[in-house]
Design a protein around this ligand. Structure first.
Ligand code: ZN
Length: 102
């Protein structure tokens, strides 16, 4: 399958062509929906947090929701420093920027 999509590369958005033979990410997502094309993935590590947590989902939104739930449980100390909606927005923006398609 030939997939055209836009990827972010150092601030500029470029169009990339990927040749995909098999759906990836099925083994560890356990998705009951059958075919999964590309998953979005977030890693705590990419945020500079010493943590092995990895969140995956169909959309960046879903991944952020999972990551936020995880952060509330495991990184409450980090979240405590986010006192204003602006800081929260900034963090979510940062999270979005480290999410990768896998
Ligand atoms: Zn974590």
């Amino acid at each position: 399958m030939l997939l055209l999509h836009k990827v972010r590369s150092g601030g500029t958005v470029v169009t990339a062509i990927h040749l995909i033979s098999d759906p990836v990410g099925m083994a560890w997502t356990g998705s009951p929906k059958g075919k999964v094309k590309r998953m979005q993935q977030f890693k705590c590590r990419d945020m500079g947090i010493k943590c092995d947590f990895v969140a995956t989902g169909q959309t960046a939104q879903e991944v952020i929701q999972k990551a936020m739930a995880h952060a509330q449980e495991k990184h409450a100390d980090v979240l405590k420093t986010m006192t204003s909606p602006e800081q929260m927005a900034q963090m979510q923006k940062q999270m979005q920027s480290v999410i990768k398609s896998v």
